[in-house]
Design a protein around this ligand. Structure first.
Ligand code: UD1
Length: 341
C-alpha cells in the first residue's frame, strides 16, 4: 500500500487546494477528486504553478459510488482527506435534503470504499460549528457539542459520529476529525484562494470584495454582544497553517502514531479576534479604508468561540504560525489577483 499517496476529495476547493500544495511540498503524491460544484479548474492551475507538479485529477461526484470506485481501483493510496461537502449555513436551512444527501452520502461512499479496498486512514473536515454556543471558552475537544442549529452543522456532527462508530469497531481503520475554526486568507503566492460564488457569506471574502468595490459596504452583524467591543469573537486561522495541519495528521496516521482509532483536534490559533478588530487589522495591514456600517445581528451567530489548541499543539505537534496581518495581506493580494485575471 502506498503511504506516500493521498486521495483528496474536494481538492479543487478552498481548503482542499491549499492542502494539496502542502502535501506536495511534503513529498506526497496527490489524487484529487472534485466535481467543481463550488470550485473551478483555476485552482488546479494554481497548484501546478506553485508546486511545479500537476496532481492527478478526476472530475467526479463522491455521491457517485461507481465513479469513486474507479478511483479506488486505479490508484493505490493509504490515506484519504475528505473535504468534499457543501458548506453554506443559510442554504442548508433552505435546502436541507440537498445537504444531507450530498454531505452524508459522499462520506458514506468514501468510508465504504476505504473498508472494501483496505485503505486505512481518513482525515475528516469538521468544524467548530459543532460546539455551538459553548458554555466555557476556549473550547477543548472535550467540550460538549451543542445540538446543531443548521442542517450543515448537523451533517458535520453526524459524520463525526459515523466516523467514530465505524473506526472504533474496525482494527484496520483510523479517523482523525479536524475541527476547523474560521479559515481565512490565501496562499502567499496569490495563485490560489477562496472563490465564493455570488454574495459571500463569510466575513473575510466580504471584506476583500468591499475593498475591491464589488460590494458597496460591509455590514457588521451586531455591536451589542457581551464582548469587549460589542462584536462577535472568532478564532481566525490562516489557510496555509490549516492546510499544514492536514499534512501533520496524515504523517501521524501513516507513521502509526495514532493513540486511538478515532481522534479529534481543534485547529485554530487559540486567540479570539472581534469583527471590529479584524476590519481594523485588514485596513492597517493593507493601508486602505473600508466602507462599513453596523447592522442587526445575524440570526444563528454565536457570541464567541475560540479554540483551546493544547491538544493540537502537544499531541498532534502542530501550531498556527502565521501572523494575522500577513494573513490579511494575503487575503487582499488574492482578491486583487482574482480581479485582475
Ligand atoms: C460560518 C458558519 C459556520 C461554518 C463557517 C464556514 C454561521 C452561523 N456559521 O462561521 O458554521 O463552519 O462559516 O466557513 O454561518 N460577519 C459580519 N459581516 C459579514 C459576515 C460576517 O459582521 O458580512 C461576522 C459574523 O457575524 C461573525 C464573524 O463575522 O461574527 C464571522 O462570520 P463568518 O465568516 O460567516 O463565520 P462564522 O459565522 O463564524
Amino acid at each position: 500500500m502506498n503511504n506516500r499517496r493521498v486521495l483528496v476529495t474536494g481538492g479543487a476547493g478552498y481548503i482542499g487546494s491549499h492542502t494539496v500544495v502542502e502535501l506536495i511540498g511534503a513529498g506526497y503524491e496527490v489524487v484529487i477528486v472534485d466535481n467543481f460544484s463550488n470550485s473551478d479548474a483555476s485552482s488546479l492551475e494554481g497548484i501546478a504553478k506553485i508546486t511545479g507538479v500537476t496532481p492527478t485529477f478526476i472530475e467526479a461526484d463522491c455521491c457517485d459510488k461507481a465513479a469513486l470506485r474507479e478511483v479506488f481501483e486505479r490508484y493505490d493510496f493509504s490515506s484519504v482527506i475528505h473535504f468534499a461537502a457543501y458548506k453554506a449555513v443559510g442554504e442548508s436551512v433552505a435546502m436541507p435534503t440537498k445537504y444531507y444527501h450530498n454531505n452524508l452520502l459522499s462520506f458514506i461512499n468514501v468510508v465504504e470504499l476505504m473498508k472494501e479496498y483496505h485503505r486505512p486512514n481518513i482525515v475528516f473536515s469538521s468544524s467548530a460549528t459543532v460546539y455551538g454556543d459553548a458554555e466555557e471558552l476556549p473550547v477543548t475537544e472535550r467540550t460538549p457539542r451543542k445540538p446543531a442549529t443548521s442542517p450543515y452543522g448537523n451533517t458535520k456532527q453526524m459524520a463525526e459520529d459515523m466516523l467514530r462508530d465505524i473506526v472504533t469497531v474496525d482494527d484496520e481503520l483510523y479517523g482523525i476529525a479536524l475541527r476547523y475554526f474560521n479559515p481565512i486568507g490565501a496562499h502567499p503566492s496569490a495563485l490560489i484562494g477562496e472563490l465564493p460564488r455570488g454574495i459571500p457569506n463569510n466575513l473575510v471574502p466580504y471584506i476583500t470584495q468591499t475593498a475591491a468595490g464589488v460590494r458597496e459596504c460591509l455590514s457588521i452583524f451586531g455591536d451589542d454582544y457581551p464582548t469587549p467591543d460589542g462584536s462577535c469573537l472568532r478564532d481566525y486561522i490562516d489557510i496555509v497553517d490549516l492546510a499544514r495541519a492536514h499534512v501533520v495528521a496524515i504523517e501521524r496516521m501513516v507513521a502509526g502514531k495514532c493513540e486511538e482509532h478515532y481522534e479529534i483536534f481543534n485547529i485554530g490559533t487559540g486567540s479570539p479576534v472581534s469583527v471590529f478588530e479584524l476590519v481594523k487589522g485588514f485596513e492597517a495591514a493593507n493601508n486602505l479604508t473600508l466602507n462599513y456600517k453596523v447592522a442587526a445581528r445575524r440570526p444563528g451567530d454565536v457570541t464567541a468561540v475560540w479554540a483551546d489548541t493544547t491538544r493540537a499543539n502537544e499531541v498532534l505537534g502542530w501550531r498556527a504560525e502565521r501572523k494575522l496581518d500577513d494573513t490579511l495581506r494575503a487575503a487582499w493580494a488574492w482578491e486583487c489577483h482574482v480581479r485582475n485575471r
